[in-house]
Design a binder for this molecule. Structure first.
Ligand code: ZN
Length: 329
């Protein structure tokens, strides 16, 4: 009997948007859908939106969710089996929520959870801009700054907490970070920190900028990657200054990681990284250069090849992992 080709679901749970994809056995995208992440309510409301996004993607791929081989989820916060704890940037998610079971009941198929940046990193390594390298740092430049490591062709998670490139210190006693410490790279380069900084310069020090005007015109409640990109295109001086500051911090932080690990490749992903694209990846590479101990052979710096779908694609690969483990068991 010929088995039908299996299909896999993937959901990337971000602070701004929920992205869902359906992949076939060759990892080709058959359908995708996107929903804004709820900004109020709690984990149950977020899970309900995730289920809608997955159903929409399944509809586009002409497959029933219950017929999927499984659904993988890339989530922020601490993942423990099927639960997610303290997912920052998501509404009311300080505690623990049984996300896998909730989605399983809703969708009628197996659900596997993974760390959002890690799954996106593995997707770039297996299918994207990292395919050529055996060692890799993937930097997610978005609301916060996260990282994923591939060392000797294998994901490196340390004791579970590896890859937190956003919290390398780029300035002793520097700006306050959302983690409560000072001088972290994220305190300069995270979109949330950049927004707080630019708001202070604008409202308290009277610095001129069109960022907030653009935000209102485009009906946004925060400075999204698209708003930053537009302000830069308009030559907004304050936006350029704050982005330059972020690029300097990224350069110093990433170069420090390269000095420790001597990586072959660096891939820039995340909302800002993807929206600003190649010209800014080049700027980050230039900002790294003065900090590289071995400056004669810098790592290659790329923008994520899978773009906006990298996180959801990597999440779908979690299901494949499950399947490979089941086959080898
Ligand atoms: Zn920090």
């Amino acid at each position: 009997m010929i088995q039908p080709m299996p299909f896999y679901g993937g959901i990337d749970l971000g602070g701004t948007k929920i992205q869902a994809v359906i992949l076939d056995d060759n990892n080709d995208v058959l359908g995708s859908a996107r929903r804004p992440t709820p900004t109020s309510g709690g984990p149950a409301d977020v899970a309900a939106e995730m289920a809608i996004a997955l159903r929409d993607a399944a509809k586009a791929a002409e497959v029933e969710p219950a017929a999927l081989a499984g659904v993988g989820v890339g989530s922020p916060g601490t993942i423990d089996g099927g639960s997610v704890t303290s997912a920052r940037n998501l509404p009311g998610w300080e505690g623990t929520f049984p996300l896998a079971r909730t989605l399983q009941d809703e969708l009628g198929c197996e659900v596997t959870l993974g760390n959002d940046v890690q799954v996106a990193s593995e997707a770039e390594f297996r299918l994207g801009a990292g395919r050529l390298y055996s060692s890799l740092l993937v930097v997610s430049w978005g609301t916060g700054v996260g990282g994923g490591l591939i060392l000797d062709r294998k994901p490196w998670r340390g004791r579970g907490g590896a890859g937190e490139i956003g919290h390398v210190v780029v300035e002793i006693n520097g700006a306050r970070c959302t983690c409560g410490r000072r001088g972290c790279m994220e305190a300069y380069a995270g979109r949330a920190a950049m927004e707080a900084h630019v708001r202070k310069l604008h409202e308290q020090r009277g610095r001129k900028t069109d960022l907030f005007k653009l935000m209102k015109e485009h009906d946004r409640t925060r400075l999204t990657s698209g708003i930053w990109a537009r302000a830069l295109e308009h030559g907004d001086k304050l936006a350029i200054q704050v982005i330059d500051r972020a690029v300097s911090a990224l350069g110093a932080g990433i170069a420090s990681a390269v000095n420790v690990l001597d990586l072959e490749g660096v891939i820039i992903t995340g909302g800002l990284g993807i929206r600003l694209g190649h010209p800014y990846a080049k700027q980050i590479a230039a900002a790294m250069q003065p900090h590289l101990f071995i400056d004669s052979r810098p790592p290659h710096v790329h923008v994520a090849a899978l773009g906006d779908l990298g996180g959801a694609t990597g999440a779908a690969l979690l299901v494949e992992h499950d399947r490979e483990q089941a086959l080898s068991a």
